[in-house]
Ligand binder design. Structure first.
Ligand SMILES: Nc1ncnc2c1ncn2[C@@H]1O[C@H](COP(=O)(O)OP(=O)(O)O[C@H]2O[C@H](CO)[C@@H](O)[C@H](O)[C@H]2O)[C@@H](O)[C@H]1O
Length: 774
């Protein structure tokens, strides 16, 4: 308890109850069992012996109170022999009760460990100094002043919680409560709901403490503030016997608590090893994108936006994702915040929905403009899409001021936005034109990620009027192009305005500076080369892992690991053949293709290879949606070669997973590929990629070298049908005749570290570079 002495919030535990104190660290912090043991039941028991317990708590605390009365019973003991017998019984009962309580503790700890999403990274060792900026914006506030980036709000502990005190989020409470019925909640008075007037009487440290943001109902129903005057008079503890029994009880509690803590560690240990924390680099990060898996996804952008934030959060950053609310997402709650933004001269109202998952705040911007687009989010005319993105970017730029996540807004100090592709390339422009040019958000930075430069948000110069920007900003958007002439180009403006640019592989970072790969933007990228960096995407190692894949749990599929690769993959292949209506044959190589059906993916090369492919003893399944003519082509191939080809037209996440697991070979003959995720998923499942060596495909698929038994797949160096056929031919030969080499390829693919942790660290370097640049 000595270590607690310097910490600020005083909690007085009521001896009238059996109190299990649990330090439920704020949502950015992992539950720390060691912290728990410093504030354990034994301390409380010791405290009861003295009549009351004083705990100073540094973070958001919840006390779970089981309302039994055994300590009250102890309090009634008067010291006669009869009373001593009574006291013995009572003490025995107390010990029994304590055991039950500890068992409950154990269960709770296990639940907490399992639900890491409710708990975040390990607590900071630092105590903020007086004057450290703590971001807090009430939703009513419109603008906040900038703060020095070096005194950012997202030090580990961030705005949710700093060493001065804790904030308990209403969502957090709700979810815990759902998990643990029959136990009433007591919130600790953190002094967080004080009036403005009271604020004036607070010390700077107290003022710096974030406030509790809970609705009235929540406050009255779920929180009881422990007040000193509810404490009973001192518990008698004068007799030796009693003291000894208390000691026994203490020992019992301590050992049990240690045991509980160890168990929690073990449960945690079963998951992934957490990456190193960002330490002094920790920031508030807001990713803004048109799509985000699993809520809405049309391709790889959705995958990246669904998983990169989690990896950043695991490093200790406070991370938010902002996406349009295209549909009703069950997890997201209306925060009751409404704002209006002008689009094409009209006032448009947006509301903000929020959900907290896996350490990340997901904020959904709701407007009639976005609703009902879930099935086709890029639907509508060029102007319609542009207006949607104008509204989205305007509203997203102010999220850090208006949207209290877990009770506390992000604020604009120590903050970086990560915008993605042309859809959100207006965001860096708005940050500059609306705010930075006026001395607001001076320290907020923006990074623009290029996932695919072929889509740029082009239009006639007249489209500029929709952006609602000062006239002189038109120069950022104007681009001359030999094909389109002078035009309006959103990506061009975003690339110029962003503080940093990232693209999704090293190869692509090079390609987009060339006239062939830059799609007209190569000049701008070349000029801004100093702020460009290539970072290869990672994969979500939970979603895309044959060990856990939820789509392999039925219909004859099975989960598998490196150890069970051969049997597991054999079963998945048989299940896939069955599901597709192919003959179930282990010896026939099963080839797969998954992707958007457009020119980028090189589906035309597969089409031209079909006569050769069907002349082989193979099976081929192609899954995709996109250009109607290419969809028809898939259907046609299937009808012409029913015994060997399946063309699955549609967007099916389940089938994508099943093909990745059941196929032997994945074809990716992309004409260009900024990174490519399917080849990464394939390698993680022991499926061998055959790829055109461009962009991220060249970076990630090292060609097989039969002499050294190295490499990960087959590559071909130009987008020509005969080269694709040649690569597939060599691959088939190895599959059929060199089983050991094949297994080596599979194993090397599966043992790579493809997780996002690596990439997240590199993104962090970019964010930090942006932070310290002027
Ligand atoms: N019909 C279908 N049914 C189900 N799932 C389907 C599907 N068609 C595609 N998918 C899924 O969509 C994703 C496609 O990701 P990719 O990275 O391969 O390509 P995309 O071109 O969309 O992404 C762009 O952005 C990403 C992310 O940066 C870059 O990797 C990439 O090179 C760039 O072109 C995968 O998860 C895939 O399984």
């Amino acid at each position: 308890m000595a270590s607690m002495g310097s910490l600020p919030f005083l909690v007085e535990a009521n001896a009238d109850s059996t109190v299990m104190m649990m330090m439920l660290h704020n949502r950015n912090h992992k539950f720390s069992s060691s912290k728990f043991s410093t504030l354990n039941a034994s301390s409380l028991v010791r405290g009861w012996g003295r009549g009351r317990v004083k705990h100073r708590c540094s973070r958001g605390l919840l006390c779970l109170v089981e309302k039994n009365k055994h300590i009250s019973a102890l309090g009634k003991s008067s010291g006669t022999s009869e009373d001593k017998d009574d006291s013995d019984e009572v003490l025995q009962a107390t010990i029994e009760k304590s055991k039950k309580v500890l068992a409950l503790q154990r269960e709770l700890l296990q639940q907490i460990s399992e639900r890491k999403k409710l708990v975040s990274s390990i607590n900071s060792e630092t105590t903020p100094e007086i004057g450290d900026s703590i971001s807090y914006e009430h939703s009513d506030k419109s603008l906040s002043s900038d703060s020095n980036p070096q005194k950012g709000s997202a030090r580990r502990g961030s705005a949710f919680e700093n060493e001065n005190g804790g904030v308990v989020s209403s969502n957090y409470v709700e979810s815990i409560e759902k998990e643990i019925p029959d136990v009433s909640f007591v919130g600790i008075d953190l002094g967080l709901d004080k009036s403005e007037e009271e604020d004036d009487n607070l010390s700077p440290v107290e003022k710096a403490s974030p406030r509790l943001y809970v609705d009235e109902q929540l406050n009255s129903k779920r929180y009881e503030i422990i007040k000193p005057d509810t404490l009973p008079s001192d518990i008698p503890c004068s007799t030796e016997t009693f003291s000894r029994k208390i000691e026994i009880l203490e020992a019992l509690s301590e050992s049990s608590t240690k045991e509980v803590a160890n168990e929690a560690d073990n449960v945690e240990g079963e998951g992934e090893k957490p990456p190193p924390l960002a330490g002094a680099n920790v920031m508030n990060v807001i990713l803004v994108a048109a799509e985000c898996a699993p809520f809405v996804k049309t391709g790889g952008l959705g995958d990246v936006v669904g998983s990169l934030p989690k990896a950043l959060a695991r490093r200790g950053h406070r991370v938010m994702v902002v996406v349009p609310r295209y549909s009703h997402y069950a997890e997201a709650q209306d925060l009751g915040v409404r704002k209006r933004y002008k689009v094409d001269g009209q006032d448009m109202e947006v509301t903000y929905f929020h959900s907290y998952i896996d350490g990340v705040d997901f904020v959904f911007i709701d407007s009639p403009n976005f609703r009902h687009l879930q099935d086709n989010i890029y639907r509508g005319s060029r102007e319609d899409i542009l207006k949607r993105m104008v509204l989205f970017c305007k509203a997203a730029a102010e999220v850090p001021w208006h949207v209290p996540c877990g009770g506390v807004c992000y604020g604009d100090g120590n903050l970086a936005f990560i915008a993605n592709d042309w859809h959100t390339a207006l965001l860096p422009v708005y940050l500059k034109a609306y705010y930075r040019d006026h001395g607001i958000m001076k320290y907020t930075r923006s990074v623009l990620v290029i996932h695919n430069i072929a889509h740029q948000g082009r239009g006639p110069v007249d489209d500029f009027r929709y952006t609602d920007l000062p006239e002189h900003y038109i120069d950022l958007f104007k681009l001359y192009d030999p094909v389109g002439g002078e035009h309006f180009n959103i990506f061009a403006a975003g690339l110029k305005a962003a503080d940093r640019i990232v693209t999704v592989s090293h190869g692509y970072a090079w390609e987009i500076k060339t006239s062939e790969g830059g799609w007209g933007l190569h000049g701008i990228i070349y000029e801004n080369d100093w702020k460009l960096r290539g970072i290869v995407n990672g994969i979500d190692t939970k979603d895309w892992n044959p060990k856990f894949d939820v789509h392999l749990k039925s219909d004859g599929y099975t989960n598998y690991t490196l150890e069970t690769l051969q049997s597991g993959k054999r079963r998945c292949k048989a299940a896939l053949q069955k599901e597709l209506g192919f003959p179930v044959r282990e010896d026939v190589p099963l080839l797969g293709f998954i992707g958007r059906l457009d020119q980028q993916k090189g589906i035309d090369l597969i089409a031209e290879s079909i006569p050769w492919i069907v002349s082989q003893d193979v099976q081929l399944v192609m899954l995709g949606t996109g250009r109607p003519d290419l969809e028809d082509m898939l259907r046609q191939f299937e009808s012409q070669h029913r015994d060997k080809v399946r063309g699955w037209v549609g967007f099916s996440v389940k089938m994508a997973h099943r093909i990745t697991a059941g196929a032997d070979i994945l074809l990716m003959p992309s004409r260009f590929e900024p990174c490519g995720l399917n080849q990464l998923y394939a390698m993680n499942y022991g499926t061998i990629p055959v790829v055109h060596a461009v962009g991220g495909l060249r970076d990630t698929v090292k060609p097989f070298n039969p002499f050294e038994e190295s490499g990960l797949g087959w590559t071909f160096d130009s987008a020509e049908t005969n080269k694709l056929i040649n690569a597939i031919g060599n691959c088939l030969l190895t599959f059929r005749q060199y089983k050991q080499s094949w297994e080596g390829l599979q194993r090397r693919g599966m043992t790579q570290d493809l997780s996002w942790d690596n990439a997240a660290q590199q993104y962090e370097e970019v964010l930090v570079a942006a932070k310290y640049q002027w």
